[in-house]
Ligand binder design. Structure first.
Ligand code: MTE
Ligand code: MO
Length: 378
């Protein structure tokens, strides 16, 4: 099997598929620490994990057709360019997909709500590397920055993705090529020796094992850029879907989820209140300004306390927000209650209340109010 040389993984991770390896941590562990420990960080691989040697690894950077590409080793990146660290969450477009499948089947990994994690990444600024290659992205408005990974499918096609220059220019010092995760060398599962960290942008464009960067008039030709990771209206099905007509997912919509208590868990007999914890995040650097919690089906709301990265501002917030609230339980509950959370971002975007209106055949961008059930014995 081409997966035989994949790295060892923490037994705590819960796989949604083993080859390729895809796994999320148990929900309650997500809110234990603001920075997700490396071995608990969710993993999303489409292909076998490449085994990359630092001796031969080179990053190639250039422009479609015109400029001669430059070539840099990891040692070059570390020695020639200032190191930049940034705390950024990564969220998969398929996070919470299982909730969408409950309404009507969707195609994809059956993720719970933990296909998201938050780490500190260290590396070089994409800006500095492009400058070294003689590229000023202001000259390439309307174009795309294509990234290619070293992971290959059976037919030799590599994983790739692209991000529009117009998006990158609005966050140009914050897109990095990371060689470190949480202060150590990137682990193989997360892209050793080099990956893209494009904060606020869907996980799929944060290309791991990146070895080639090309500025092009066109989006990446990879399957995952063109024929996957796009949204559709709820009536589009596999007979009439046209991937060419939909925009690739880039900046993420606002999302949040309850991590504690666990869905279906039992509280103390006759509990009158409950401590609720979770995460919230949005795309494009939009910070979270509020998280609302309800235990009575949305009739009354309680505001959670927010824990955020102090070095980041509300309009360039790349880290997630963790939140916590102590909320009263309804007196008349008949043995169980539903807890709901919803977040608001700095553009006052809110989460939709249900999944029906945003249902799409691929199960992407699932961000309705998150609801869990708890039992309250009497
Ligand atoms: N990069 C490469 N080369 N190959 C991949 O399969 N998966 C993408 C992205 N980058 C992927 C990749 C997807 S869909 C996601 S959600 C993130 O990596 C997940 O990053 P992680 O595995 O470090 O959590
Ligand atoms: Mo993803």
């Amino acid at each position: 099997s081409p997966y035989a040389t994949d790295p060892a993984r923490s037994p705590i991770l819960r796989p949604s598929s083993k080859a390729p390896f895809n796994a999320e941590p148990p929900m309650p562990l997500l809110t234990n620490t603001f920075i997700t420990p490396t071995d608990l960080f969710f993993v999303r691989n489409h292909l076998p994990v490449p085994n990359v040697s630092l001796k031969t690894f080179k990053l190639e950077v250039g422009c479609d057709g015109t400029k001669k590409p430059i070539s840099l080793s990891i040692d070059d990146l570390k020695r020639k360019f200032p190191k930049k660290t940034i705390v950024s969450a990564i969220q998969c477009a398929g996070n919470r997909r299982s909730e969408m499948s409950r309404v009507k089947h969707v195609k994809g990994l059956n993720w719970n709500a933990a296909a998201v994690s938050n780490a500190e990444w260290g590396g070089v600024r994409l800006y500095d590397i492009l400058k070294e290659a003689g590229i000023d992205l202001d000259d390439y408005r309307g174009c795309h920055v294509q990234f290619e990974g070293l992971d290959k499918g059976p037919e030799g096609a590599t994983y790739g993705a692209s991000i529009p220059v117009d998006i990158i220019q609005n966050m140009k010092f914050d897109v990095i090529l990371a060689y470190e995760m949480n202060g150590k060398d990137l682990p193989r599962d997360h892209g050793f020796p080099l990956r893209v960290i494009a904060p606020g942008i869907v996980g799929a464009r944060n290309v791991k094992w990146v070895n080639k960067i090309v500025i092009s008039k066109e989006e990446s030709h990879s399957h995952w850029q063109r024929n996957d990771y796009k949204g559709f209206n709820p009536s589009v099905d596999w007979n009439n879907v046209n991937f060419d007509k939909s925009a690739s997912i880039q900046q993420l919509p606002v999302n949040s989820a309850i991590c504690e208590p666990s869905d279906g868990s039992t509280l103390e007999p006759d509990a009158e209140e409950v401590v609720v914890k979770g995460y919230a995040l949005s795309g494009g650097g939009r910070g979270i300004i509020r998280v609302d919690i309800s235990t009575d089906g949305g009739e009354t709301w309680h505001e959670a306390e927010l824990d955020q990265c102090k070095e980041q501002t509300l309009y360039k917030m790349w880290a997630w927000t963790l939140w916590e609230a102590v909320v009263p339980l309804p007196a008349k509950h008949g043995g169980s209650a539903q807890i709901i959370c919803k977040a608001v971002d700095s553009s006052y975007n809110v989460q939709p209340d249900g999944v029906e209106g945003i249902w799409n055949l691929r199960g992407c961008l699932v961000n309705p109010w998150h609801r869990i059930k708890i039992c309250i014995p009497s």
